[in-house]
Write a protein that binds this ligand. Structure first.
Ligand SMILES: C[S@@+](CC[C@H](N)C(=O)[O-])C[C@H]1O[C@@H](n2cnc3c(N)ncnc32)[C@H](O)[C@@H]1O
Length: 228
């Protein structure tokens, strides 16, 4: 099956360099939102009690670095369009000592989730997914939220982080990476602004928060609005 460049770029070789290139160098110097002091604590602060859904898994850095925090969580479901990332992240989470069930779902988040995933998760993480997806805020985010929200258990949270492309000040390094990645279809974020993300969140959730660190929006959404 041919997969979109937003996912196909993550070959087994690319995944070996991902943490250094993206999580260490780019997050610090291009996007100005450090992994260790900002993104990881934000990720861990919102992990739920019973079941966690990780969408767009990459190398599985965040869940693996949170294995201790996940100890009481019985189920971690990994969802991604790319089988390489699913296998990589699953192996890494197991090696990190996570003892609960790990489920891998190969699927695009633009497709509705399977019935058995409904009302199951206390936390759903969308880290560095939106800026990879083609399309623009608010539609791209409302489309994804529409698919994700049915998976939330009562009281659950959808949270994540995304690199903004519009109405933010990119530095020299960030501008170069934006051009390169958007040109190749690895990113699709030239029209993604904080305001448009807020519109998607307002449309989807009764309670939400968005904060911007560097050029990265960190968001949480709770209490999905009832759709007719
Ligand atoms: C930039 S990586 C993010 C990895 C990880 N969450 C992180 O923050 O380090 C984006 C991930 O989203 C996945 N992805 C891209 N398009 C997708 C889609 N339509 N549905 C599901 N996953 C997708 C890619 O395969 C990749 O694993």
């Amino acid at each position: 099956m041919a997969i979109d460049p937003s996912a196909s770029v993550y070959t087994r070789l690319a995944l070996r360099f991902y943490d250094f290139v993206v999580l260490t160098v780019s997050n610090l110097f291009a996007w100005r939102c450090p992994t260790g002091s900002k993104l990881l604590p934000f990720y861990q602060a919102h992990i739920g009690e019973n079941a966690h859904l990780e969408i767009g898994v990459g190398t599985g850095y965040y869940p693996a670095a949170s294995a201790a925090r996940l100890a009481k969580v019985k189920l971690v479901t990994l969802l991604d369009l790319n089988p390489n990332t699913l296998a990589f992240a699953q192996r890494r989470l197991t090696r990190a000592g996570y003892k609960g069930d790990i489920e891998a779902v190969e699927r695009s988040i633009f497709d509705p989730l399977p019935e058995e995933m409904r009302a199951r998760y206390d936390s759903v993480a969308l880290f560095y997914l939106f800026h990879c997806l083609p399309g623009a805020f608010p539609k791209k985010a409302t489309d994804v939220f529409r698919n994700v929200v049915p998976a939330l258990a009562p009281g659950g949270v959808v949270y994540g982080a995304t690199i903004l492309g519009k109405d933010v000040a990119h530095n020299w390094f960030g501008t170069r990476l934006m051009k390169l990645y958007n040109g190749k279809g690895i990113f699709g974020n030239t029209e993604d602004s904080e305001e448009r993300l807020r519109q998607a969140m307002e449309e989807t959730f009764e309670e939400y928060e968005v904060q911007v660190v560097g050029v990265v929006a960190l968001f949480t959404g709770r209490k999905p609005r009832q759709v007719a």
